[in-house]
Design a protein around this ligand. Structure first.
Ligand code: ATP
Ligand code: MG
Length: 561
């Protein structure tokens, strides 16, 4: 599989295959477009779900239709209201409003009635075989299955047993209800698939009312049909389920919803299975579902992603009929694009060296006008204090600079962003030889950025006044996994063996005072460093910032070397 990145995407937009299907339907007079987003509430939504949300809601919006939010809550063991609430929050945050909110569990009574109907038609039977026997009886892709010894039970007996399954007379696994289709069917899923299993477990909505639960295949299509969903869109691996989807609808003669499959989103360096993400949370590899390194929507939100950037990403990725892998860099590109337009610029120094400007008056503070966002004139300017002592970034100074180094070095000049030109006169080091302070002089005529005699100074660096600086905790994130393709692990390894031990680095940053008052979620560009947002762990005493993304893709640069 090839990886798709920014370069390989064309800007030209043609209809995707689902739009083609819909436009074809419309041309034939089938004008309704009714979609649904059907998460199982067994974890938090991730960027793959975001893709599905944008697709389902996007298609309905484009063609004047509607989209339902339906919780596919048919497995009481793994599901929870915490997940339901987070899912609703995430869909809203992405910018979508569902027409109706439904739960597959609301249809349990109807599904049960339909199961009874199939029993009466001789199309379903109660099987006493255990899981292993059923598995063996199913055969293989090349070997047809064999009929269960219970396959020819009478309708009366099946009705009686199914009612007693519901009444709780049997233990988990003792019996199942199966559709009676064809044990030799070339599609293994059509070999008498299980419709109901016994699970004595409390359900987050129906409590202990039920102890039999419908399987995905018996719940999904019927739920679509109840809601009159016209286009039931799911990921490719469900294409083998489609004949069964259609079979149930035909046998029951109910509203004919149709299933369409598209390629799921895969991202390099990214794990996208709720089950595995849950493991990261439970094993405390991350701080929680909303850890900024998680590919969850809540993690991306906390990291500083905007809904617009995620929608832009979903749009750029498009809709494919074949599996592919998207370069994580594309997601980062989208958030940079969006934040570049809206994030206010601020100055912060994350790895400081102190600079003392020896010819600047002691005790003096002057306010320097700084532009808030060169991309947005309406963002205006702010005043930033400047004084005799400032911090600059450690890597903006080099004692022995290579040829094309235009930042500060002994005897050389550099421009302080929005302020003055300074020249480095003296380098002070500690006993280990580490630079601790630079003594510089400034050109008082160079205020606002231009030198009085027109001499050229190429380098511009950012700075923060020492007495005015606010300290903050800065969380620098890197990708959570070291492996690009987490679907192909080496022999004997699990995904946990590829965790990046340096995915979180915490440093103390020195920020210009305007940054002291941000509320969680506020986003800024720290000039020359990247985009950052205020984290929810901030307190009035101590701000915490997350780095959303660097300004440039440092990984791409590394790889290009
Ligand atoms: P996971 O394996 O991560 O638990 P899932 O498919 O089981 O994912 P569901 O809650 O059942 O999760 O999915 C809800 C919807 O989101 C489904 O329609 C599913 O096809 C879609 N979806 C899930 N993962 C992706 C993905 N990576 N790309 C696109 N759509 C996805
Ligand atoms: Mg699932």
């Amino acid at each position: 599989m090839s990886t798709i990145n920014q370069e390989s995407l064309s800007e030209e937009k043609s209809l995707n295959f689902l739009e083609e299907i819909i436009e074809n339907d419309i041309a034939q007079g089938r004008t309704t477009v009714y979609t649904r987003f059907p998460p199982e509430p067994n974890g938090y939504l991730h960027i793959g779900h975001a893709k599905s949300i944008c697709l389902n809601f996007g298609l309905a919006q484009k063609y004047g239709g509607k989209t339902n939010l339906r919780f596919d809550d048919t497995n009481p063991v793994k599901e929870d209201v915490e997940y339901v609430d987070s899912i609703k929050e995430d869909v809203h945050w992405l910018g979508f409003q569902w027409a109706e909110e439904h739960y597959a569990s609301d249809y349990f009574e109807q599904l049960y009635a339909w199961a009874v109907e199939l029993i009466k038609k001789g199309k379903a039977y109660v099987d006493d075989q255990n899981q292993e026997e059923i598995r063996q009886g199913r055969g293989t892709v090349t070997v047809p299955g064999t009929n269960s010894p219970w396959r020819d039970r009478s309708v009366e007996e099946n009705l009686d047993l199914f009612a007693r399954m519901r009444a709780g007379e049997f233990a988990d696994g003792e019996k199942v209800l199966r559709a009676k289709i064809d044990m030799a069917h070339p599609n293994m899923l059509m070999r008498d698939p299980i419709m109901y299993r016994i699970i004595h477990s409390e359900h987050h909505r129906t409590g202990n009312k039920w102890c039999i639960y419908p399987m995905y295949d018996f719940a999904h299509g019927q739920s679509d049909s109840i809601e009159h969903i016209t286009h039931s869109i799911c990921t490719l691996e469900f294409d083998v389920h489609r004949p069964l989807y259609d079979w149930f609808i035909q046998q029951l003669d109910i509203y004919p919803s149709h299933q369409y499959e598209f390629a799921r989103l895969n991202l390099t360096y990214t794990m996208m299975s709720k089950r595995k993400l849950l493991q990261l949370v439970q094993d405390r590899v991350v701080m929680g579902w909303d850890d900024p390194r998680m590919p969850t929507i809540s993690g991306l939100r906390r990291r500083g992603y905007t809904p617009e950037s995620i929608r832009m990403f979903a749009d750029k990725v498009g809709v494919a009929k074949r599996d592919n892998v998207i370069d994580l860099g594309l997601l980062e590109f989208c958030v940079r694009e969006d934040l570049n337009k809206r994030a206010l610029r601020r100055m912060a120094v994350l790895d400081p060296i102190k600079v003392v400007i020896t010819n600047y008056p002691e005790g003096k503070t002057e306010m320097i006008s700084c532009i808030n966002n060169p991309e947005d004139e309406s963002a205006g300017v702010r005043q930033v204090p400047f004084s005799r002592e400032i911090y600059i970034e450690r890597d903006d100074f080099m004692e022995e600079p290579p040829k094309k180094y235009f930042r500060l070095s002994p005897g050389k000049e550099v421009r302080l962003r929005y302020a003055y030109l300074i020249r480095c006169d003296e380098v002070i080091k500690d006993t280990e030889g580490k630079v601790t302070e630079l003594r510089c002089t400034y050109d008082p005529q160079s205020g606002g950025g231009s030198s009085s005699d027109g001499r050229k100074v190429k380098g511009v660096i950012h700075w923060v006044s020492v007495p005015h600086a606010r300290e903050a905790e800065i969380r620098l994130f890197d990708r959570l996994f070291l492996k690009e393709d987490l679907d192909n692990l080496e022999e004997g390894k699990t995904f946990l063996d590829y965790i990046n031990p340096d995915s979180l680095r915490v440093v103390t940053g020195y920020l210009e005072p305007a940054l002291g008052e941000g509320t969680p979620g506020e986003k800024y560009q720290f000039e020359r460093l990247g985009y950052f947002c205020v984290d929810k762990d901030s307190t009035p005493e101590k701000q915490v910032f997350n780095r959303t993304v660097t300004l440039k893709d440092s990984w791409a640069k590394l790889n290009a070397r």
